[in-house]
Design a protein around this ligand. Structure first.
Ligand SMILES: Cc1cc2nc3c(=O)[nH]c(=O)nc-3n(C[C@H](O)[C@H](O)[C@H](O)COP(=O)(O)OP(=O)(O)OC[C@H]3O[C@@H](n4cnc5c(N)ncnc54)[C@H](O)[C@@H]3O)c2cc1C
Length: 509
């Protein structure tokens, strides 16, 4: 079968919910992944990716066995049983089913996967809510809205794992492409752009960042973020999705995090989901995979930057459930650490733990509120209530929780014996005496503190903190966009009325 025929979303038999074995096999497809100056021949066996892929495969296996009823559904049109991540919710019950699915994804991955499979699915689903807007941009070769609908079915029925990349490379932000007034010559272009149209599709060249999970994704969804959607050069206005093994697409992975110190030194290390740059060199995007071209208005509406879809919560449950799990995990580890070194009764420590619990509770209340405010959109799709403020708030809350966990741990967050120290009798006698905790032995204490270390101090923990700050885009930009669309009219009128009244006591005239 030719590469193009393989991509034809309508001709292939649907495979249904992903299994671990199928997931691994799907990644052995000749994709061009690079790390540390070398091309990776097989990501499923390479030490930088293997643990993560194995861990993800084990969750995929659970979704088709132990949690089949809670993580999958039967697509009524095709009869295929597939992941609930891909269910297009049409009522409150279906939204609740999706919540449970995302809760399980978070629990099974310890709340550490920002780009778990259930995060990109709602993203694609949400584009369908604006399908007509995408279709309204006419092109003689295809109907963009129909392409999205067909693509959704393809992903849903095969339970594909997507990565996404929305930004331009961080080369020179002072002269971003969207601000360029002069036409930029082809050899100076950095942003991903259209080189030419052919009868088969669009040829694109350029870079995209960042693409978390790209090395182990099935598909790369490429579009524009709120920062990059407004551009002067229409060549850079494009949205599409292609298989990760598409010829000409190069994936550059970063240095793996937390890779040493025995089997418990980095207890979360297998959830290093990797981040990557994407380089496109004359990549053919078939017409049926192009979702937007030259005109960004549907994407701007979707992102809500102009106020269009402000109340459409296109992120769904995944991010909310993951953040909630992560917050509770950090809070509980902090509590157990405080107990393990006998500081939990101190007022200052109790207040810090209480601050962490407060964040967990505010998050829970907000999730309940968003569920309560859920409702149908004109397209018939159900959406959670608005949550833009909450997502921005987490960028700062996550860092604060990391800081609190570090403060409660004291130096123990870095000074712990290794697994091999513990198994050496010459060293162990000192560890038993000097490195145990309050009513806990040295092994328990060390393993607990190593977990705290991976959450708040190791290279894994630092990457997670950086992720939480940036993954939704620049928090300052998001705050500004939120502020601009924030309706203060009633309050403004009340203040104006008060200001217009004559002053009491006739003090000033
Ligand atoms: C771990 C991680 C994972 C990510 N995963 C993904 C992903 O899967 N998919 C995806 O699409 N993106 C992803 N991102 C990218 C993320 O969306 C961007 O990091 C974010 O939008 C900020 O862009 P930048 O990193 O290029 O920083 P820059 O935009 O270069 O910002 C650098 C600094 O300059 C400031 N700055 C930049 N421009 C301006 C301006 N015009 N005015 C004032 N100040 C400015 C910023 O505030 C910041 O302080 C990820 C990022 C991280 C860190």
């Amino acid at each position: 079968m030719s590469a193009l025929a393989e991509r034809d979303t309508r001709t292939l038999p649907a495979k249904g919910a992903m299994t671990g074995a199928r997931f691994k096999k799907s990644l052995q497809d000749g994709r061009e992944v690079w790390i540390d100056g070398e091309r990776v021949s097989d990501v499923t066996t390479h030490p930088a990716f293997k643990d993560m892929i194995d861990a993800l495969a084990s969750v995929y296996d659970k979704q088709t066995t132990t949690y089949r009823d809670e993580m999958t559904f039967v697509d009524s049109e095709s009869g295929v049983r597939t992941s609930l991540s891909w269910l297009l919710p049409r009522n409150a019950d279906e939204l609740r089913m999706k919540r449970r699915n995302s809760e399980l994804w978070s629990e099974l991955t310890w709340g550490q996967l920002g780009r778990s499979p259930d995060i990109l699915a709602p993203y694609i689903i949400s584009t369908l809510h604006l399908k007509d807007n995408f279709s309204a941009i006419k092109h003689p070769r295809c109907d963009f809205g129909e392409n999205l609908a067909n693509y959704y079915k393809h992903c849903m029925r095969n339970d594909l794992f997507l990565t996404h990349a929305l930004g331009d490379p961080q080369v020179d932000r002072s002269e971003q492409t969207q601000n360029e007034q002069r036409p930029v010559p082809e050899d100076e272009m950095i942003a991903l752009h259209v080189v030419e149209e052919t009868k088969d599709g669009v040829i694109v060249t350029g870079g995209k960042q960042l693409s978390t999970a790209a090395p182990h994704s099935n598909e790369c969804y490429v579009a524009l973020s709120a920062t990059f959607a407004h551009r002067n050069d229409p060549r850079c206005v494009i949205a599409f999705s292609i298989p990760t093994n598409t010829p000409g697409l190069k994936v550059l992975a970063r240095e793996p995090v937390s890779r040493w110190f025995g089997s418990w030194g980095h207890p979360l290390q297998m959830w290093d989901e990797q981040d990557a740059m994407l380089f496109f060199e004359n990549v053919l995007v078939p017409w049926d995979r192009v979702f937007m071209l030259y005109d960004p208005s549907p994407m701007i509406k979707m992102l809500g930057a102009g106020g269009g879809s402000v109340n459409f919560n296109f992120l769904g449950w995944a991010n909310l459930c993951r953040a909630y799990f992560r917050m509770r995990l950090m809070t509980c580890v902090a509590t157990m650490v405080a107990e393990a070194i006998g500081v939990n009764q101190y007022r200052e420590v109790g207040a810090k733990l209480g601050e962490m619990v407060t964040y967990c509770e505010v998050w829970r209340h907000s999730m309940e509120g968003m569920e309560h405010l859920a409702g149908p959109t004109p397209s018939g799709q159900w959406t959670l209530g608005p949550g833009r403020g909450l997502h921005i708030w987490f960028a700062q809350t996550s860092s604060r929780m990391t800081e609190l966990l570090r403060e409660i741990c004291g130096s123990g967050i870095i000074m712990q014996p290794s697994e091999r120290d513990l198994s050496n009798p010459q060293v162990r006698k000192y560890l038993d005496r000097y490195m145990r905790g309050k009513d806990v032995d040295v092994e328990y204490k060390s393993r607990l503190f190593r977990l705290a270390h991976d959450l708040a101090a190791s290279s894994f923990g630092m990457r997670q903190d950086i992720y939480e700050y940036w993954h939704g885009g620049d928090p300052n930009r998001n705050r500004i966009n939120l502020q601009r669309s924030y309706n203060q009219n009633a309050m403004r009128e009340q203040i104006k009325e008060m200001l217009s009244k004559p002053l009491a006591h006739g003090a000033v005239r």
